[in-house]
Design a protein around this ligand. Structure first.
Ligand SMILES: *Cc1c(COP(=O)(O)O)cnc(C)c1O
Length: 225
C-alpha cells in the first residue's frame, strides 16, 4: 500500500516535471476510487477528469471536503445527464453537437452557474467517437458563440487508435490551428500514450489517466466518445 502511494506520488511529480510550461495536467480519475484522488489532491493536483456521471457523483461526495478540486467532464454526455453534470462539474470537454451545447447553456442558466466548455472535434474518421467536423464547426460557430451561459474556451480532440506518431502530431497541429482560427485559447488533447505529441503541437490541457493512476481497477468503458 505504502509503495503504491509512493509510486503514484512519483508518477505525478515526474509528469509535472515533464509537462511543458503552459500545459496543464488533467488527472483522469475515471475507473479509480476516491482514495487516490484524495492523495493527489493533497499533493496539490486541482483538476480531475471523469467520464461517467453515475461513477463520478459518489466519489465527489466522498471528496466534498476538498473544495479546491475542479471537476472536468470528459465523457460522452447524454441529454438526460446534462443537469447533473452542470451542477457537479466546472468544465465540460466533450460538447459534440450544437443541440448539446444549447442544452448545457440553457440548463446552466436555469441553475445559475457558469460552465466552461470545450468543443470536441473529430478531424479524422473514427466510428467509435463523436465530434464536430471542421465544416460543421464553422457552420455552427455563430450559434455557438451566442450561447449566453456557456463559456467556450477551447477544442478537445482524441487521436484514433493506430496512428503513427507523425500522423498524431499532424492531427494535433490541425486541432491547434482550428482553435487559433476561431480565437479559442485552449486545446485539450493528448492522453497517457500521446500527451508529448499533443503538448508539442500546442495542447494547453493534457488528459492523463493510466500513466498517473495505473491501470483502471474499476470497470469503465475505454474511450467511447
Ligand atoms: C480515459 C480518457 C483519457 C485518459 O486515458 P489514459 O489513456 O488512461 O490516459 C483521456 N481522455 C478521455 C476523453 C478519456 O475518456
Amino acid at each position: 500500500m505504502a509503495n503504491e502511494l509512493q509510486a503514484r506520488a512519483e508518477r505525478w511529480q515526474s509528469l509535472r516535471e515533464q509537462i511543458p510550461e503552459g500545459v496543464k495536467l488533467l488527472a483522469v480519475s475515471k475507473g479509480h476510487p476516491a482514495e487516490p484522488i484524495r492523495q493527489l489532491a493533497e499533493l496539490g493536483q486541482i483538476d480531475f477528469g471523469e467520464s461517467r456521471v453515475q461513477e463520478a457523483l459518489p466519489k465527489q461526495q466522498q471528496l466534498a471536503d476538498l473544495a479546491q478540486i475542479r471537476w472536468h467532464f470528459i465523457g460522452r454526455l447524454q441529454a438526460n445527464k446534462v443537469r447533473a453534470v452542470v451542477r457537479a462539474f466546472a468544465v465540460i470537454h466533450s460538447l459534440d453537437s450544437l443541440a448539446l451545447a444549447q442544452r448545457v447553456s440553457r440548463i446552466a442558466g436555469e441553475e445559475g452557474v457558469a460552465v466552461e466548455g470545450f468543443l470536441q472535434v473529430k478531424l479524422r474518421p473514427d466510428p467509435s467517437k463523436g465530434g464536430w467536423s471542421e465544416a460543421e464547426l464553422l457552420e455552427g460557430w455563430d450559434a455557438l458563440q451566442a450561447l449566453p451561459h456557456l463559456q467556450l474556451t477551447g477544442l478537445m480532440t482524441m487521436a484514433p487508435l493506430g496512428l503513427l506518431s507523425q500522423e498524431r502530431r499532424d492531427l494535433f497541429a490541425e486541432c491547434r490551428g482550428l482553435a487559433d482560427r476561431l480565437g479559442l485559447p485552449q486545446c485539450s488533447m493528448g492522453m497517457s500514450g500521446d500527451w508529448q505529441d499533443a503538448a508539442e503541437a500546442g495542447a494547453t490541457w493534457v488528459r492523463v489517466g493510466s500513466a498517473l493512476f495505473g491501470a483502471r481497477p474499476m470497470p469503465a468503458p475505454s474511450v467511447t466518445n
